[in-house]
Design a protein around this ligand. Structure first.
Ligand SMILES: Cc1ncc(COP(=O)(O)O)c(C=O)c1O
Length: 490
């Protein structure tokens, strides 16, 4: 893709921030600056052996290391190389995950009361951004994949309809791909949104590898979106918390955006994490392709080998799919029997040393990456083949489209930002029907709120929570993470 030209590849061999940190360490400097471990000289004796080499580059804003909030040197260069690699006009490193990128973007495009079109099955950080901006969300209900019963992406006709009904909306904010790897035709979506003169913002947390191999979908930047937030730590090789924000075009006020980023990110961002972004970009351009070339046929083989088992299914993109793209790195196992559920299967896997990304009652999601080895895949295949599971006739877990879509729509009695500040009380979840919820109820993973503050608990929402509570889902955003009780407005 982008990396075809020899001069591009040559330029991309550099990792200016990482190289500067290495140069600094080689000088054997006397560090009279924070952090207090002084490049590892003072650190817990037991932990030191593991941390030492990292502590040496855990530096701060000193001469030569530049400043994330005012980049002019090696950080600016590293960000420029990232922009070039990802096809953006400008890229900013994020220390604080895609979370801070989503927050800052929403606060940039919305002033209090402004409308923003947003996918209901978005990550909690998008909801948090809406609360912080005191914006008004117009929810877009995603299409449901009938084969697996999971919410996929939003339909263009639904976005068009919402744009016509809300011509004063300031932006469209979508998640692409979903946690499960399903995506929409973003080029067409960008054209639709841009016809209404507003920006398309994409939470591309799970798509930092997109555009770097022909087997992967086109990235948001290459599809014409105005902004894309990527968790480079999720599907590429950066360290946890290290993410990127890519920008292009004139529709976003970058000065305002960078001001918000400076407010919500630490004034002492980790150089280890920033350097890991520099290296993750170089790895994507220079080395990952070869690793994916090795991995992708192995993934096909795994799907083929285990696809013979009647009790499981790997979703496949075909003419009837409600999504337009599917990330081949996401192994999204659909359990097609009542004999075992996704949680139990996850438990069995963990007992055998295989740790999936997430499970729900009917699925287990395993995320592969360039770092996945043949040995990992072989262990997984052998375990799945060894399980003695049958499919009872008619026991397939296929949900009705309407059921899942409506799980994400309920009456908004009060704006979210007002509801979070009103007097509340805790009541048993079982008795909450009809009450207005005062907290965000987010089964995690995948981090999609079932209820948000200000919404009335309806029968479908309650049934969904009771079902999730029976499994091992952890709940975020709530005071009682077992969800025996729920906070409602008094
Ligand atoms: C769709 C989506 N967006 C955003 C985020 C937040 O990303 P981060 O963990 O990098 O802050 C996540 C995290 O799981 C996510 O799944």
């Amino acid at each position: 893709m982008l990396g075809k030209h020899a001069d591009f590849r040559e330029r991309q061999k550099r990792a200016p921030l990482y190289e500067q940190l290495e140069r600094h360490v080689k000088r054997r400097p006397h560090p009279f600056h924070v952090p207090g471990h002084k490049m590892g000289h003072s650190f817990d004796r037991e932990g030191k052996h593991r941390f030492q080499s990292i502590l040496e580059i855990d530096l701060t804003e000193i001469n030569g290391t530049d400043d994330l909030h005012q980049p002019e040197g090696v950080i600016a260069e590293a960000q420029q190389l990232a922009a070039e690699a990802f096809g953006a006009e400008e890229t900013r490193f994020l220390i604080g995950g895609s979370t801070v990128g989503n927050l800052a973007l929403i606060m940039t495009v919305c002033r209090p009361g402004d409308k923003i079109l947003v996918q209901r099955n978005c990550h909690k950080s998008v909801y948090h951004g809406i609360i912080m901006a005191r914006a008004t969300p117009i929810f877009l209900v995603p299409a449901v994949d009938l084969a697996t019963g999971v919410a996929a992406g939003v339909r263009r006709e639904d976005v068009e309809r919402a744009l016509q009904a809300h011509p004063d909306a300031k932006a469209v904010f979508l998640t692409n791909p979903t946690y499960y790897g399903m995506g929409i035709d973003l080029e067409k979506m960008a054209a639709t949104v841009h016809r209404h003169g507003i920006p398309l913002l994409i939470d591309e947390a799970h798509g930092s590898h997109f555009g770097f191999h022909p087997a992967f979908p086109l990235s948001a930047m290459l599809s014409g979106a105005d902004a894309a937030v990527q968790s480079t730590h999720k599907m590429a090789s950066a360290m946890t918390m290290s993410s990127m924000l890519h920008l292009q075009g004139e529709r976003i006020d970058r000065e305002r955006l960078f001001r918000y980023l400076a407010m919500i990110q630490s004034s002492s961002p980790s150089y280890v994490l920033m350097a890991s972004l520099d290296l993750a970009r170089r790895h994507l351009v220079q080395e990952a392709h070869e690793e994916w070339e090795r991995l992708l046929p192995q993934l096909d083989k795994l799907r083929e080998r285990t696809g013979r088992l009647e009790w499981l299914e790997w979703p496949q993109l075909d003419a009837s799919s409600v999504y337009a793209t599917l990330d081949p790195l996401k192994l999204f196992l659909h359990v097609r029997t009542e004999q075992i559920n996704g949680f139990a299967l996850q438990h069995i896997m963990e007992k055998h040393g295989i740790f999936p990304e997430l499970a729900d009652s009917a699925h287990v999601l395993l995320a592969a990456s360039a770092g996945t080895c043949a040995r990992d895949l072989d262990s997984l295949a052998r375990l799945l083949e060894s399980l003695d599971i049958e499919v009872e006739p008619g026991a397939e877990r296929i949900l009705e489209a309407g059921v899942v879509s409506s799980h994400y729509l309920r009456e908004q009695v009060l704006p979210m930002d007002e509801a979070v500040d009103l007097p509340k009380e805790s009541i048993p979840l079982d008795h909450s029907l009809g009450r207005v919820v005062a907290e965000m109820v987010i089964p995690y993973p995948p981090g999609i709120p079932v209820l948000v503050p200000g919404e009335r608990v309806d029968a479908q929402g309650l049934a969904m929570l009771l079902e999730l509570r029976k499994g091992q889902t952890r709940f975020h955003g709530v005071q009682d993470d077992q969800l025996q009780t729920i906070q409602v407005l008094r």
